[in-house]
Design a protein around this ligand. Structure first.
Ligand SMILES: NC(=O)C1=CN([C@@H]2O[C@H](COP(=O)(O)OP(=O)(O)OC[C@H]3O[C@@H](n4cnc5c(N)ncnc54)[C@H](OP(=O)(O)O)[C@@H]3O)[C@@H](O)[C@H]2O)C=CC1
Ligand SMILES: O=C1CO[C@H](CO)[C@@H](O)[C@@H]1O
Length: 316
């Protein structure tokens, strides 16, 4: 399996299992199925509300000897309500407790946006803290402490634009090792890939299949389907593969990690098997032409006090 190599020699499997929206009662089975079928990388987050059940599945596969802890790569993310320096380690310790682990492989700042402690999801401007009140560097220094304490092997960020990364890199010697962002054929992130590559920051592609199971209120009217895109389905047919396999394979060819979510056994297996697809130059050219700067997870829900849309994404 393809991996992303870190400075200390650690290797992150390029394809992981996403767990956002994986319902309680289903997520443990999905994680167990994935690991039984060769996945070694699981993407979690405190805000997904299902880490305790993911933890039950991890405990089972470890106890049954299906894998050893050191063969797994477990990522989780610090939620936006725990950005104050005194809140970072307690949040991470809660995640470790829920996941029934002693350490994470990777811990990410989920968004460059801060809520007041205790706010799960903001309802009005008063629920936010501005970046002046809790600068990213304050949160980042606590992330560095978490790494020093051995609670996580690697640290990084998520949903960071190039500007946000540049700001942070200026202020620290211990720079993020990962930026997890939305990335797929409609949002190819070419400039961010180039910037991250120059700065030795890995990228993980989230919502790689277009996040079709988001709630209706999170969807834009008439948003385009990625899995039904004509170019993708034609390439899939040509290779006897599924549209999802074409996209996942395209991600790994571009050197990023990719974390498709599924709770369906057939699709979980299918997604990992995408490594067998052999995309050619013509396929890659046609996929390159689909780039449209289109986001499924817009982050517009975080545009408020101290955060404009431009602050998050460098765009209007
Ligand atoms: N850092 C961040 O801010 C974010 C991180 N993420 C992470 O990225 C992961 C993936 O992104 P997500 O938004 O969940 O969406 P994805 O793009 O992975 O799409 C998930 C949807 O695709 C379906 N699906 C999965 N495999 C296939 C297949 N082979 N063929 C057809 N349909 C398929 C799933 O259905 P089914 O389950 O029925 O198979 C589900 O409806 C998340 O789960 C989360 O871990 C996501 C968003 C934001
Ligand atoms: O990872 C994610 C999925 O869920 C959240 C919304 O509920 C998003 O904020 C986030 O990007």
């Amino acid at each position: 399996m393809k991996t992303l190599k870190f400075k200390n020699g650690d290797e992150m499997p390029a394809i992981g299992l996403g767990t956002w929206k994986s319902a309680k009662g289903e997520v443990a089975k999905a994680v167990k199925t994935a690991i039984q079928n060769g996945y070694r990388h699981i993407d979690c987050a405190a805000t997904y509300g299902n880490e305790a059940e993911v933890g039950e599945a991890l405990a089972e596969v470890l106890k049954e000897g299906i894998v050893k802890r050191e063969e797994l790569w477990i990522t989780s993310k610090l939620w936006n309500n725990s950005h104050k320096k005194e809140d970072v380690l307690p949040a991470l310790k809660q995640t470790l407790k829920d996941l029934q682990l002693d350490y994470l492989d990777l811990y990410l700042i989920h968004w460059p946006v801060a809520f007041k402690p205790g706010v799960a999801f903001p309802e009005n401007d008063d629920d936010y803290l501005s970046l002046e009140e809790v600068p990213i560097i304050e949160t980042w220094e606590a992330m560095i402490d978490a790494k020093k304490e051995g609670l996580t092997k690697h640290i990084g960020v998520s949903n960071f634009s190039q500007t946000k990364l540049e700001d942070l890199i200026k202020k620290t010697d211990d720079i993020p090792e990962m930026n997890q962002v939305e990335l797929h054929p409609y949002l190819q992130q070419n400039e961010l890939i180039e910037f991250c590559s120059k700065n030795n920051i890995h990228l993980t592609a989230y919502s790689p299949l277009g996040s079709g199971d988001r709630s209706d209120e999170m969807k834009a009217k008439d948003e385009p389907s990625l899995l039904e895109n004509k170019v993708i389905t034609t390439i899939a047919k040509k290779h006897g593969a599924s549209p999802a396999q074409v996209i996942i394979n395209w991600d790994t060819l571009r050197g990023t990690a990719v974390i498709p979510k599924s709770t369906n056994e057939t699709r979980i297996i299918e997604n990992l098997e995408s490594t067998g697809v052999k995309l050619d130059e013509d396929d890659l050219q046609k996929i390159a032409e689909l780039d449209d700067n289109f986001r499924y997870v817009t982050g517009k829900f975080f545009v408020t006090k101290g955060n404009s849309y431009k602050d998050i994404y460098d765009e209007e």
